[in-house]
Design a protein around this ligand. Structure first.
Ligand code: HEC
Ligand code: HEC
Ligand code: HEC
Length: 124
């Protein structure tokens, strides 16, 4: 009985704690990705992009795999005007977790944070 009561108190506390912890809101991508992408990216996106950058800048290899353009295109988030928001907006995909985790990146001082061509997501 005591064990059960303790478990109940613990569970109640857990539920309480869980509902009190704010989590980042991560917007959905506009297209599907390959199996396992989300899991790999959650853990390793920075390393994959750094690796890709080095391949491009040092070896001239330019492919779509792990390209920053690809990330911002498929992870485009429509703003109030239905156009993809830029990194200026807290709604931008790349800020969803970073603002939450206080991570700062300078990538978009050179790279565009919008899908190339600034496609209208409404037509997709
Ligand atoms: C062709 C579409 C596509 C491309 C390109 C793409 N992603 Fe994704 N990504 C997805 C989908 C689909 C998911 C699963 C969650 C969802 O539906 O939004 C996802 C999930 C993620 C997640 C986990 C988000 C979460 O909910 O926890 C991260 C981080 C991520 N992607 C980063 C990247 C980065 C960085 C790049 C570029 C190197 C990239 N993605 C390129 C479609 C894409
Ligand atoms: C000072 C400007 C600058 C900054 C800041 C910068 N980059 Fe780049 N990046 C470049 C240039 C220039 C290239 C080479 C483009 C080419 O030759 O095609 C490049 C290439 C890349 C590529 C390979 C091309 C592609 O899209 O596949 C990736 C990936 C990349 N950068 C990621 C990043 C990431 C991630 C950050 C932030 C951590 C970042 N860059 C910050 C200038 C910059
Ligand atoms: C699912 C949450 C999440 C999303 C979405 C996300 N990031 Fe991250 N990112 C993180 C976390 C957490 C870290 C810090 C990891 C660490 O310090 O070990 C990080 C770190 C980074 C770093 C390394 C920063 C440094 O100084 O070492 C880069 C570059 C980066 N993210 C780029 C991006 C880009 C570009 C996007 C959008 C395409 C993006 N991230 C989307 C969670 C995310």
């Amino acid at each position: 009985m005591i064990v059960l009561a303790a478990a109940a108190v613990f569970l109640t506390f857990q539920t309480f704690a869980a509902s009190r912890t704010p989590l980042p809101f991560i917007p959905k991508a506009v297209q599907k990705a390959e199996e396992g992408h989300a899991k790999v990216m959650r853990r390793n996106h920075m390393n994959l992009m750094f690796h890709k950058r080095d391949q491009t800048v040092r070896k001239g290899i330019r492919t779509d795999l792990n390209s920053l353009k690809g990330c911002v295109a498929c992870h485009a988030v429509p703003g109030p005007d239905k156009q993809p928001v830029s990194f200026e907006s807290p709604q931008h995909f790349c800020r969803a977790c970073h603002d939450y985790a206080a991570v700062r990146i300078d990538c978009f001082s050179c790279h565009t944070s919008k899908p190339p061509g600034g496609e209208d997501l409404a037509v997709k």
